[in-house]
Design a protein around this ligand. Sequence first.
Ligand code: 5RP
Length: 236
Amino acid sequence: MSSEFSPIDKAKFVAAKRAVDYVDDGMRVGLGTGSTAAWMVKMLGELVRDEGLKIKAVPTSNRTAQLARDVGIDVFTLDEVKWLDLTIDGADEFDPDLNLIKGGGGALLQEKIVATASDQMVVISDASKSVETLGAFPLPVEVVKFGWQTTKALIEECLSNVNVLGSAVSLRLQNDAPMLTDEGHYILDLHLKRIENARELSLILNQVPGVVENGLFLDIADAIVIGHGDGRVEVR
Ligand code: 5RP
């Protein structure tokens, strides 16, 4: 790794490097999305190419699938593999109980399906994403395009009944147009600041017609590999 990398990049790199140790020959592995996961995919690619590691990889987004192919990893769909031994993925926030906010990269739906279909989910993150209570990072919610403004209004109404500090909801844009997920949906970002009861919020959000999934990953992660800018790594 070159010395021009920032401490955050270094932290992501060392977390990804440690997490690759969880991968054994013959495993079915879910590949996460994002810059931290991209390091992990590249490192796995090296092991596949140089050391003959054999894995069945299921990517969580089109861009991870492309990267995996580029580095020589054979890519399968979840329906081909059905169940996974391990998923390694990044996060936008994690709390002391290993609950997460994910979806900053817009891939939360496939990420949640893949992580849930895995015996083990290992999260890789730089230390800056550690929080006592989730919510400072805007919570992504994937919604169908049809009637999205009504869905947004219903979500706003829900937020007035739950214990959160903020309530602004914004449509995620890319190049001045609504960002489309790999599944052809929109993302609403919920600016909540602090989520007191993530379980309740997750249930309420997923009951709103038009909501496909939300970015709260509760009781899904089994371990978090945390990288620091000075190269230290801790595992929780
Ligand atoms: C994508 C995600 C990513 O895992 C999350 O945004 C972290 O990304 P990065 O590793 O680039 O910081 O949830 O939907």
